[in-house]
Structures are given as C-alpha cells and as structure tokens.
Design a protein around this ligand. Structure first.
Ligand code: GRF
Length: 201
C-alpha cells in the first residue's frame, strides 16, 4: 500500500520494481489525500486500485485519520509506504499500522525535518544532504531510521535542482529497502530496525 500527495515519482519507482516477481512485493492499492494528482494517475495506468480521503470532507483531523486507517485496512497491507504523502498520520492510523508504516524524507534526519528539507538544507549551507527512510511514529520525521543516502549540495543549486538530485537517490533507496522489508522479517528494537530476527546465523 502506497500513499501519495503529488507527482508520485517514488511510487512509480516502486511500481516498476514490483514488475519483477523477484522483487517480492505487490502494491495492493494507492491512496491519496487529494484528487487529480499524477500519483493517482500513475496507479490507474497500472490497474492498481486507488482511493482518496480528503481532510476537508471530515469535521476534523482526528475523523480524517480514522477514515484513512479504515481505507488502508480495507486492503489489508503488510506494509504502508508514505511516498510524498504530505499529511501526518495520527493516533488512529498508528494504532493499526504503527511499526509497519515507512516514510521518506528528503534530508538527512535528524537535520531539517518538516515540509521543506531541501530548502532548509540549502539555506543552512550544508555541503552534504540526502534522504532518509524511517518508520513513522507520532513525531515529524522522527521515527527509527531504516536507511539514509547522502547527496552533495552543489554551489549553483537552487531548491529545485537540489531536490531533483535528492529524489534520484531517494527513489533507489526506497526501492531497495521497501523490497527488503517486504521480503525479510524485521523487528524494531528501540531506534534500530533489525532484519532476520528468526535467523541468527
Ligand atoms: C519526495 O522528495 C519526498 O521525500 C517528499 O516529496 C517528494 C515526493 O516526490 N516528501 P514524488 O511525489 O514521489 O515525486
């Protein structure tokens, strides 16, 4: 299950990866918090079921969160991937899918959390930034880290060129580690993800 809010290039990378049976995962559905986005069109073009759950259709965020959790549960996913999903999931969602929901953030956590990772990295003047795949918790980009990739900041970068460079690496990271999480048992031990918990040697 993948949730998106925008162009869906991360989703597309996962769709492409899933075409190889050896990848070991299948996208059961794609959900969004808004209509008319390319992310949903990508899913539709590949025959993947979609749904939209808009905050504006609910009295408050808590009610939206319950509805989103219901939508996701209807597809019975093993793993939920937030791929450019620009909303925070809430307590009702995490009660059902905590520990098996991952998000990707275009910065090297714990630096530059929030909606503007590339902009904030550029403004700070860092020379290396990157992307972080993490298990979603109740904070903003704070959960246990699954993987990170480093990306150089070039002198002539603007937010767009930097974000595009990050996204190229981010997509590869997402494909590699989501595949691993789909194929191999894992457990969350404090802030660490441990794979193969049943296979010590
Ligand atoms: C990604 O960089 C993601 O980390 C950020 O927004 C971007 C989404 O891109 N939150 P896309 O919709 O997958 O193309």
């Amino acid at each position: 299950m993948v949730l998106v809010s925008g162009s869906g290039t991360n989703l597309q990378a996962l769709i492409d990866a899933c075409e190889d049976p050896a990848y070991g995962a299948r996208i059961v559905a794609v959900g969004a918090d808004r209509d008319g986005i390319e992310g949903l069109h990508r899913a539709e073009r590949h025959g993947i079921p979609t749904f939209v759950e808009r905050v504006a259709d609910h009295p408050d965020r808590a009610a939206w969160d319950v509805a989103l959790a219901e939508d996701v549960a209807a597809h019975d996913p093993d793993l939920v991937v937030l791929a450019g999903f620009m909303k925070l999931t809430g307590p009702a969602f995490l009660a059902r899918f905590g520990g098996r929901t991952v998000n990707t953030h275009p910065a090297l956590s714990p630096a530059f959390p929030g909606m503007h990772g590339p902009r904030d990295a550029l403004a700070y003047g860092v020379k290396i930034t990157g992307a972080t795949l993490f298990v979603v918790d109740e904070g903003v980009d704070t959960g246990p880290i699954v993987a990170q990739v480093a990306v150089p900041v070039e002198d002539d970068d603007d937010v767009e060129t930097l974000h595009e460079r990050i996204k190229t690496r981010e997509r590869a990271m997402l494909v590699e580690w989501v595949g691993r999480m789909a194929r191999e048992p894992f457990e969350i031990d404090g802030r660490r993800i441990r794979f193969h918990p049943k296979d010590p040697r």
